[in-house]
Design a protein around this ligand. Sequence first.
Ligand SMILES: *Cc1c(COP(=O)(O)O)cnc(C)c1O
Length: 392
Amino acid sequence: MTNQVLQHQPSQYILPTYARYPVTFTKGQGCRLWDANGKEYIDFMSGIGVTSIGHAHPAWVQAISTQAQNLAHVSNLFHTEPGAKLAHKLCEISNMAGVFFSNSGAEANEGLIKTARKYSRDKYGSDRATIITLEGSFHGRTITTLTATGQDKFHNHFHPFTPGFRYVKPGDIQALEAQGNDVCALLIETIQGEGGVMPLDTEYVHAAAQLCKERDWLLLVDEVQTGIGRTGKWFGYQHFNISPDAISFAKGIAGGLPFGGFLVADKLNATLGPGDHGSTYGGNPICAAAALVVLEIVEPLLQQVTANGEYICDKINAMNLPQVTDIRGKGLMLGLKIKDQPPAEINVKLLDSGLAALTAGTDILRFLPPLIIEKKDIDMGLKILHNVLGAA
Ligand SMILES: *Cc1c(COP(=O)(O)O)cnc(C)c1O
């Protein structure tokens, strides 16, 4: 115990914007993590959906090292090989026409918002700039993406916000139909991640997509958490048979390096021209080289992601855990609705027993394991879950 206190080094110099767990990780390998005391953990969080091919994957380490030796950065005033290859591959798997690279999810969503507003302004003039988002959504922490985020608790301290956003209830198609002619776009997550692993209803998504078509509202899908194989398809929207006008991605794309971007369909390929948007680091060759490896490794795993997600749900259902009242999500993006105890408290117990998991919303225990996870690690993680929750 003394050892643990000594080995865990909280920093008074880092702003306390996160309620951090009392563990300091020092090493990761595949789906395992180790803390400063050498204690081992099963990873059911992937650093919030980021380390999608696990920790220290040899091909990823190799690609990053090689790229660092050759060229780390030149800026977007030039093309680079990894950036060009990655752009091609991303357009292929999303059926989109062009990509812009950024460094994070919030920045990716800023790009969606700017693209939507410019498209509408070019075509209809300046009075049509409102973007509709959904209650319970999460789109990032910049002032504008916070504004887009449809959760009041994020709107407490930082007024004034960016004008031009309105929120509607997910599932309420009438509320969408009632919107006026100042609207340029609808922004959705197909499964709300931070909001509590809430999948959107299929009929609602179809009706919303249809309405977007009729009114020439752009359909924007935030795939920052659901994208890059997390739900068992490359992108969450691909479960719905819809064609968004643009999508954002980030978290899982580069296996642990900060990276993101947005992809646009043909219709928006010429909306942003030289000087309209930018990002100094965006498309950085090291991150792009890492992302190419991630896509190559994830591609043959998509079916396994679906199967493993179902496997986890079946096993948890069979445990009949009294505190778990619902399991939802798709692929390896799963939420367990918990009653009678804050999920963060459960997470502390799980950590104690060697399982690293996440929470979402106020009552959801969230699992985002690495997409490469195999049954033996799933079984070990679920055994820990059973020990901790079964004994409660
Ligand atoms: C995490 C997340 C973001 C924000 O991404 P950052 O990289 O933290 O800026 C935006 N949208 C969704 C759906 C997310 O899950």
